[in-house]
Design a protein around this ligand. Structure first.
Ligand code: SF4
Length: 291
């Protein structure tokens, strides 16, 4: 629970606020950019929600915050409903949902849920949250948990025990998840199912992978994201834990694929027609080579 006595002075007066426990993960700024901004190395409220939709997005951000650093001065009657909303549909037709409930253990990384006839998939792991676990059970449970890399395993054992899902991670990041039931191996793409390709993208970590779903959604972990500040796709040069040169090579290999969505763990999402996405990815590679 956020604490009013720890309210940051950078917040604008009003109901919503961020307290001093914020870890600057950027999640709230991506979810409710009309309310939250970055200031002084943390988030703060720069405009109180004015519309019903803005208030709803601010409550989504409050629920997603990994450190419970967002609060309201008065109890919000809609908060219970919002907590039970997750996972939130991003594309109803393709059954792609956003889990919310970011975990501090993964520094606030996003995770996703795929509703599929051939078995539901969790992409990276949210924090333990009973409303989310209940809802995932109602949606048919989780048969597989695919981890993009070793940083984002969060409360994997809770979800494994509840749903019996197999945990998959690349062998290069196995040290982060010794309990993994399955390993991705090598540097070549793997057709996991007819709708899912595993693309090893060593660089951010040795065993980083991207997951391409239905040739439309690319789940990128911390390999690739959109930068709101720069206005283009980019990679985290200052948070490259293994090899920047390998990460550039891995990024170039993504040019062989077609996709419309970039869905990262950290950083902002990007949605573009496939042709425009490829052009922006080319610019990202050129940008990386100058770093
Ligand atoms: S989601 Fe929470 S921890 Fe992350 S930047 Fe916002 S207030 Fe800070």
């Amino acid at each position: 629970m956020a604490k009013l006595e720890h309210r940051r002075t950078e917040n604008i007066p009003g109901d919503f606020y961020v307290d001093t426990t914020c870890i600057d993960c950027d999640a709230c700024r991506g979810l409710a950019p009309e309310v939250f901004t970055a200031v002084g190395g943390q988030s703060a409220v720069y405009a109180q929600p004015q519309t019903k939709e803005q208030r709803h997005q601010a409550l989504i951000a409050l629920t997603a915050c990994p450190t419970a650093s967002i609060g309201t001065e008065k109890p919000d009657p809609d908060l219970g409903h919002v907590r039970a909303e997750f996972p939130v549909p991003m594309d109803e037709e393709d059954g792609v949902l956003y889990c919310g409930y970011h975990s501090e253990k993964s520094f606030g990384a996003a995770s996703y849920f795929l509703k599929r006839e051939s078995g539901n998939i969790l992409i990276d792991c949210p924090r333990e949250a009973s409303p989310l676990i209940k809802r995932l059970g109602e949606l048919g449970g989780v048969s597989r948990m695919l981890l993009t890399h070793g940083d984002d395993v969060a409360d994997h054992s809770v979800y494994h025990q509840r749903f019996g899902c197999e945990r998959w991670i690349h062998e290069g990041d196995r040290s982060a998840l010794r309990e993994a039931e399955q390993l991705f191996k090598g540097s070549e793409p793997i057709d996991l199912d007819k709708d899912m390709v595993i693309i090893p993208v060593s660089g951010h970590t040795r065993g980083s992978c991207c997951f391409l779903y239905r040739n439309k959604y690319l789940f990128t972990g911390d390999h690739l994201a959109f930068s709101h500040r720069r206005g283009h796709l980019y990679a985290f040069r200052d948070a490259c834990w293994y090899s920047w040169s390998k990460q550039i090579e891995s990024m170039e290999r993504l040019l062989d694929y077609s996709f419309e969505w970039v869905l990262p763990g950290h950083g902002r999402r990007r949605h573009l027609p496939a042709g425009e996405m490829k052009e922006e990815l080319k610019r990202c590679v050129e940008w990386m080579k100058l770093r």
